[in-house]
Design a binder for this molecule. Sequence first.
Ligand code: DAH
Length: 371
Amino acid sequence: MSDAEISPDLPPDLPPDLLEEHARLLEEARAAFSSAADDKALDAARVKYLGRKAGLVQAEFDRIKTLPPEERRAFGKSANALRKAVERELAAARIGQGIGQGIDEIDHRAPKLDMTLPGRARELGHRHVLSQTTELLVNVAATLGFSVAEGPEVESEFNNFDALNIPREHPSYDPFDTFYIETPEGAEKLVLRSHTSPVQVREMKRHAPEPLRVVVPGRTYRPDKVDATHYHTFHQLEGLAVDSDITFQDLKYTLDLFAKGVFGEETLTRFRPSYFPFTEPSAEVDVSCPFCARDGGACPVCKATGWLEILGSGMVHPKVLSNGGYDPEDVTGFAFGMGVERIAMLRHGIRDIRLFIDPERGNDLRFLEQF
Ligand code: DAH
């Protein structure tokens, strides 16, 4: 009889190296383990087969030296396979698994749970510092009566520029230059929005002629050269209020309260004339440096000026109001926009914008866990 066809009453899934006499011994051990009624009986069976001194498996090893040299190798291999298989049978019997099943399957089910290992602590995550900052800004705006809206990051070229009165062939276009999406000839041109201002137009169209007070947080893009304060991908918060008699005083009062809400009660604001195509008049807003006395001293954050620029703002340009579906004869409005990264950097003393999301320098848990 060849090895491959051991007698039919033996199971088909035996280890390949096993000689027939060992297969029989394995079968015997399997039967003894599975019929053991309790722990004691099982242990007795263990000693009978696997006992180190007088066990039947050990006896097979002891036989090796009595065999002719040319038979020893195959016999030794078989004895090893036997020992392993009997040990597996014992393990399976110990966890009360069905011994009639295939050896491989039983092995698979052998206990893998080591109750003595220390547990794995599951660490609690938290929001990214930019999300925290956005939430702070939105919450402060909410206390001032603003609701929240969002718009798409892939925006029409029209909304990103034309609807906001930004001329294409003019230097005032440059700061808002952006990435263009490839679109078929003749289709509407799409860009990655270079600011959140296009959402002004979307929101106006949604609400006109009703009054409107909304802030818009969101991600924005520009092909800027990357350095410590510029990154191609960043975030802004836009604000817009439209109503029948909104004045520049409303803008100043609202942004002053807003700055106090974000940087603290003692914060002062300063409005400097500026230019944006979508507002007229326009102003840039500074806050008193929260890191030093107002006269500056040697503060590195405000470069000893005592002031920090935080946002752009202005009265919504009549053309923009009518692009949004309002009659500029009936309503006025103010708008503002700020960089979330910049606010986060000022609040936390962060010196490099790349620390936030840059795949090489940023998004490092050792950095993010500090906030
Ligand atoms: N969109 C401008 C920018 O990205 C920021 C801005 C300035 C927004 C003035 C406004 C505004 O709404 O009135 O630089």
